[in-house]
Design a protein around this ligand. Structure first.
Ligand code: GAR
Length: 198
């Protein structure tokens, strides 16, 4: 049976688009959940016939209530795997408890370097010669969960945040698809922070 995904995204949705294009029978995407009502990802999801749920932080009194609503929205679709693909908020206790070791995130840096919301800008500011991308299992920290796979991307002279981010994303899209296909084929287990896809 196909691995059933729910995607979380706040932005343009190019990573989700790559996942949708790569659907091969081993995995499928049931829904997009977003926190941003005008996220570009919404149109991509609707064009692909996905269900879409918008769970805005501002519609809830506090982060805990928002997180519980998010957990409910994800749970509605009974995913085998939750894929955070450009979701720009930290997931809280309710979501983590409902999908233990079943949430992966893609991040535009070689974690543990440059966690957080400005990874590409921070890498440029640090003057590193290379950065990259990481797909990891989500835990309660900010981009601290066990690493599944990483790939290096060079920083080139004259790069700005946009050019470097696009170079990273061109690698990130393939890496994310590879990881999802591997999980669909072999499953995902996490033990003592060590990830096994086998
Ligand atoms: C990706 O680079 C992803 O790693 C990043 O947002 C971009 C989404 O691209 N996520 C984070 O920075 C999370 N901390 P997209 O909107 O084109 O799919």
């Amino acid at each position: 049976m196909a691995l059933r995904l729910v995607v979380l995204a706040s932005g343009t949705g190019s990573l989700m688009r790559a996942l949708l294009a790569a659907r091969d029978g081993s995995f499928d995407v049931a829904a997009l959940i977003t926190d941003v009502p005008d996220a570009g990802a919404i149109a991509i999801a609707e064009d692909a016939g996905l269900e879409v749920r918008v769970v805005r932080r501002d519609d809830f009194a506090d982060r805990v209530e928002w997180d519980e609503a998010l957990a409910g929205a994800i749970g509605e679709f009974h995913p085998d795997l939750v894929v955070s693909a450009g979701f720009m908020r930290i997931l809280g206790a309710a979501v983590l408890a409902d999908f233990p070791d079943r949430i992966i995130n893609t991040h535009p840096a070689l974690l543990p370097a440059f966690p957080g919301a400005h990874a590409v800008r921070d890498a440029l500011a640090a003057g590193v010669a290379e950065t990259g991308c990481t797909v990891h299992v989500v835990d309660a920290g900010v981009d601290t969960g066990p690493v599944i796979r990483q790939e290096r991307v060079p920083v080139q002279p004259g790069d700005d945040e946009a050019t470097l981010h696009e170079r990273i994303k061109s690698v990130e899209r393939r890496l994310l698809v590879d990881v999802v296909r591997a999980i669909a084929a072999h499953g995902l287990t996490v033990h003592d922070r060590k990830v096994t896809i086998a």
